[in-house]
Design a protein around this ligand. Structure first.
Ligand code: UDP
Length: 374
């Protein structure tokens, strides 16, 4: 890691940072507030810390922030992140990294003391990982977020906290809006530990906002996909694309009629940056996702059509293998039949909406795996 110099002259600015009540302003209100808000730095001048910055989304975010002129610090313990994701940035004069855990108080204190803003992305993610390692999931998500918020509060650093569409659980009020009730399964099903742990993260983040006036924004990412995502922890698109490229059958869990909306990671990064730039986002929760819905079965057919150049196929095709959930995960595993976001809050406040189609996502993922390790 490049040497870390001590900060100077920032604490007063941070202490003056005010927090406004959420009022659902219009996009033009938001822009006006941004123009009038002289106390916060322009994003391009900011020093941004990314926890989990060597991960799939964190590394794309780091690149985008560097391109905007920010100084970027990454902290990652490489548990699911990969050094290869940040390796191309390591020579950049405005990039630094620490291979360490966010629960290392000394490291976090130092990094936070030199940051203007933190994106907290470090978390245990991926349904497979969560079902197989529930203790790791719960501890990483809850203790990690607690450590980040505590350190951020010490230096009054704005925190953007990553949450997940998993918190909506198996509710059937589609599309999911941020203030909807959530419906989780029982505690004997380890899948729900992930949703519950991220809900605690959200509660804690919002509590820091309300009680301590720490500027906090929570965003719930819906299925986010793109180059660098690994299928190792269960994510469906990298798994199916790799299977298709290897000429193996594509594994479809359940009957394949469950549907998801997949967001390109570049769209996700644009959403995160627009939230970071918008003072009125503080104290609120936002859905970040695509509204283009596809069933898993249709997804396999699209992937096979793109990889093989063939017509979409039927379930009978020997390239598609239906696997019962009990075999794919654990006995009694519960899946969501549908998951789609209502993104009107995000759109009204920042003007953001996804630009990239599912086809673009699949082409990018296929290209990223072609010629690489399968
Ligand atoms: N899935 C599948 N085959 C796989 C991996 C996942 O059919 O090899 C299904 C999974 O059961 C779920 C959907 O694809 O219904 C999306 O799974 P993922 O783990 O990517 O995200 P989730 O939406 O479950 O968090």
């Amino acid at each position: 890691m490049n040497s870390v110099s001590s900060s100077s002259g920032e604490s007063e600015e941070r202490q003056q940072m005010s927090v406004q009540d959420p009022k659902r302003p219009s996009q033009s209100d938001c822009k006006a507030v941004k123009l009038l808000e002289g106390r916060s730095r322009q994003l391009s001048d900011s020093r941004v810390l990314i926890t989990g910055g060597a991960g799939f989304i964190g590394s794309h975010l780091a690149e985008a922030l560097l391109a905007r002129g920010c100084s970027v610090m990454v902290v990652d313990n490489l548990s699911t992140g990969r050094f290869a994701n940040i390796a191309p940035m390591t020579g950049h004069p405005r990039f630094r990294f620490a291979i360490d855990s966010i629960t290392n108080d000394i490291v976090m204190d130092r990094l936070m003391s030199e940051s203007d803003m933190v994106f907290h992305l470090a978390a245990a993610v991926g349904v497979k990982l969560i079902v197989e390692n529930p203790v790791h999931t719960i501890e990483t998500n809850i203790m990690g977020t607690e450590a980040v918020l505590k350190a951020a509060n010490r230096y009054r650093v704005k925190v953007l906290v990553a949450s997940t569409s998993e918190v909506y659980g198996k509710g059937n009020c589609i599309p999911f809006a941020e203030d909807d009730d959530v419906v989780l399964g029982p505690t004997c099903r380890s899948r729900w530990a992930y949703a519950a742990s991220k809900m605690v993260d959200e509660f804690l983040s919002l509590a820091y906002y309300h009680e301590k006036e720490l500027p906090v924004v929570v965003f719930r990412l819906f299925n986010t996909v793109g180059p660098r995502q690994t299928g190792q922890y269960g994510m469906v698109i990298p798994r199916l694309v790799q299977q298709a490229l290897r000429g193996e059958p594509l594994t479809v869990y359940g009957d394949g009629r469950q549907s998801r909306c997949f967001l390109h990671v570049h769209d996700a990064v644009e959403a995160l940056i627009s939230l970071a730039e918008c003072e009125q986002a503080v104290g609120q929760v936002f859905n970040v996702g695509s509204t283009e819905e596809v069933s898993i079965l249709d997804l396999t057919e699209k992937i096979l059509a793109l990889v093989d150049g063939s017509e979409p196929r039927s379930v009978q095709d020997d390239r598609i293998l239906l696997i019962p959930y009990d075999q794919a995960y654990a006995v009694g595993f519960e899946d969501m039949l549908k998951r789609a976001p209502d993104i009107s809050r995000m759109n009204a406040l920042t003007g953001w909406q996804p630009k990239r189609s599912l086809n673009t996502i699949l082409e990018d993922v296929i290209r990223s795996f072609s010629g690489g390790d399968l």
